[in-house]
Design a protein. Sequence first.
Length: 185
Amino acid sequence: MRVYTGFVRYFGVALSTFCLAGALHAQPAGYSAPWDVKQLMDSLVKEAQRLKPIVLQANPRQWKDASFAASYQTQWTSAQNLIQYFIGSADNLAKQPEKLPLALETYFRMEAMETNLASLADGIRRHDNPAVADLLQGVMNENASNREKLKQYLTDLAAAREQEFQIADREAQRCRGAINSKHQE
């Protein structure tokens, strides 16, 4: 009886694994193809690269109105760091586009970068050179459609992952039921 029970357990684990693997591989993806995500990330990285020299040019230590320079110095340094962090996470997502945590990280870094740069542009406009602020804002606006595509990709990827987990859970429940019915025989 002990050998039979061991065999049933082994068979049950194997059957569960097979059912779960089949469910995960059978589901078609509901999000962009990896090469499309790579192109999207390349475009967003190029935009971020274009922002770097504009931000460097806007050094608060060189502002006409030096009384505000100290308050914007930290934000200026942070803007440079946020651009680099975004580029790094976008590069990582381009390499592994199916990873939801990387997509989330890239999106949140993009949002932080945009918020920081918009605030910095306001400071540049008020306390130094409105033309540089307009240039910074213009470069950010040029790639707005790609930023929206990233948001949509993130939404689609999260929905696809949720659907995959639901299918896997249903299959696991079905396989458990099949195993339990075998035990009762």
